[in-house]
Design a protein around this ligand. Sequence first.
Ligand SMILES: Cc1ncc(COP(=O)(O)O)c(C=O)c1O
Length: 455
Amino acid sequence: MYCYVTNMSEVLSILEERLAEPTARGLATAVTTAVRDGALMPGTKLPPIRTVAVQLGISPTTVSAGWALLARSGAIHTDGRRGTTIADNQPPGSARYRRVLQRHTTFDLDLSTGIPDPELLPDLSRALTSLRTAGTPDSYLDEPVLPGLIEVLRRDWPYDAEAFTIVDGAMDALELAARSLVRFGDRVIVEHPAFPPLFDLLESLGARVVGVAVDEEGMSSAGLAAALAGPVTAVLLQPRAQNPTGVSLSKSRASDIAVMVEQSGVTVIEDDSAGAVATTDALSLGQWLPSQVLHIRSFSKSHGPDLRLAAMSGPHDKINNISGRRQLGQGWSSRLLQQILLGLLTDDHSVKQVAYARQEYGRRRNAVVKALAAQGIDVGGNDGINIWVPVLDESAAVLRLASQGIGVAPGSPFAVLPGQTGRIRVTVGLLGDRHDEVAAQLAAAARTGGWTSPR
Ligand SMILES: Cc1ncc(COP(=O)(O)O)c(C=O)c1O
């Protein structure tokens, strides 16, 4: 319980002092600034909307919109009896991600995780033997990125990018990119469905997330056109092996999207999280709009999540901005790890191991998809380690499979748009055998539920 002594008139003058513009965003920024300054403590009650409106000379609708922005980012909460209060200063939320990973039991077969099969990662021993020391005395002054690594990446990068940087995985890249572009209250377009931690990240920045449905060719053009009708700061999409749907953006859809994005001037952040284990060729809107794209490739699925490395390309100004901010914190991603990655990308044996993993993930996915189709269940997408299975009743399907020792992820944390049918995400990339048997259990679970209570 927090103790605070601030009364309503004090709160109002604190906000008034910090109100730079009489808009919903301005008001929301005044509240977050006051919290950051320590002028408003967690637990402080905010005055009623009408009082704020009269005192600050703005309309009640604007105040209410400001409160909605703050509520969405978790900065305040509204509770009928206690009114609206400043939220507890919790660590940045990862609520959706936790919901996906929530486990009540350990499973014999855990297909809920979205992780690569450790057996399909390349062997590190050869890359490790080439290392002698952990950097040079000049480490702090050296280039943050190994030039040899960039040279190798350019060979199969989907477009001719101006600049590159190396960061600690795709999630780090998304965080750095979003933080450099997105301001409190900005509208950001995301795919529906998409990767839950991305929503947590955007919410923590106070962004307004606008979902656009993904169909079999990627983000829907009509949906994107409608979403771009208002002001938008960024579009985030996964160009291939989309998590959770497995959809890869078609070339013609990419070119349609490029036209719309060019007209709007918005920045596109592309998250190629499957990287080298995707069977579809790499694709980027950077082919059309290099100055508006940040393209991220993760090495977690292909070379190991604990390498914690991803590459990000973009125009010089955006990449320099991101690298500059990073110098105030972490500085760079370990060159020792970059050296290992470079070794893995250039050693014939490792390249063959990754090529085998790519082919094997394809085989596993196809085997389950084909067996499900034989049971009348159509799973879309065509790439990556996950499948997105339509089910009658999401909770019932998850529970039924859990009772059979199979873990799967519920679909709802991946959703942005309301009112869609139930889904579960199944990481079939982890399934080396038993494809028909597991598909039969998935199919039975997909049909479970739909029970309605007797009147
Ligand atoms: C779509 C998507 N983006 C980002 C990530 C995070 O990748 P990394 O391990 O490189 O941070 C994942 C991991 O599963 C993912 O599926």
